[in-house]
Design a protein around this ligand. Structure first.
Ligand code: SAM
Length: 213
């Protein structure tokens, strides 16, 4: 995603009622924020947040937290919910690497990774959100039967991700290299990037993984 320095971003983002500024304080207590014991699902690298908002509207009995590393990007998500009140979704500006500081073991029911940055250089492989390094991070916060769902149009990143899941000891519950023409598409919620790349004719890949029992 192209980043520009937007001077008002930090201020606007931290003032939004949708943004959790001190998520460390909620570790193990996210249910208190939501006021219920509904499952908590997170999107890592949420970008402008359309996927998370649409999921939250479709599933009022599920709680959602979107994580985005840059305020300049999160600003776009915040601006789109200006007229709304938080109910079952919030955002935070954090790096995925520190997720275990923000969620207690087993506190997260599902993790969505959508169109994560490919980091094509071999030397940058550890930065990919589906690398074994990040899978270890997710392992620390996911509940026992929790799953990670990953979508991308990048075939090389997808191959890497399948290999990484195997190497990291995860079970591949399902995958496709052409989601929009596959039964796995049932109930699919499109992300901003998915809409853009699929409209250009790129097939969308998806995998769903969980820890081996
Ligand atoms: N998920 C959205 C979609 O599908 O439309 C946005 C995809 S965009 C290519 C990837 C986003 O992930 C960017 O906004 C980037 O800043 C964010 N991101 C990348 N690495 C991250 C990390 N370690 N922690 C949090 N966000 C990250």
């Amino acid at each position: 995603m192209r980043l520009r320095n937007i001077p008002r971003a930090d201020e606007t983002v931290s003032a939004s009622p949708f943004v959790i500024n001190e998520p460390v304080e909620l570790r193990g207590r996210w249910n208190e924020l939501f006021g219920n014991d509904n499952p908590i699902r997170i999107e890592v690298g949420m970008g402008k947040g359309r996927f998370l908002r649409d999921l939250a509207a479709l599933n009022p009995d599920v709680n959602y937290v979107g994580i985005e590393r840059y305020t300049s990007v999160l600003l776009r998500a915040v601006e789109r919910v200006e007229q709304e009140e938080p109910t079952n979704f919030y955002f935070m500006c954090e790096d995925a690497a520190i997720l275990p500081e923000l969620f207690a073991p087993g506190e997260v029911d599902r993790i969505y990774l959508n169109f994560s940055d490919p980091w094509p250089k071999k030397g940058h492989a550890k930065r990919r959100l589906t690398s074994t390094r990040f899978l270890e991070v997710y392992d620390k916060i996911l509940k026992a039967d929790g799953v990670v769902e990953f979508k991308t149009d990048n075939q090389d990143l997808f191959t890497f991700s399948l290999e990484s899941a195997e190497e990291g000891g995860w079970e591949i519950l399902g995958y496709t290299r052409d989601l929009h023409h596959d039964p796995m598409c049932e109930g699919n919620v499109m992300t901003e990037y998915e809409e853009k790349f699929s409209s250009q004719g790129n097939p969308i890949c998806k995998m769903v993984i969980c820890r081996k029992k």
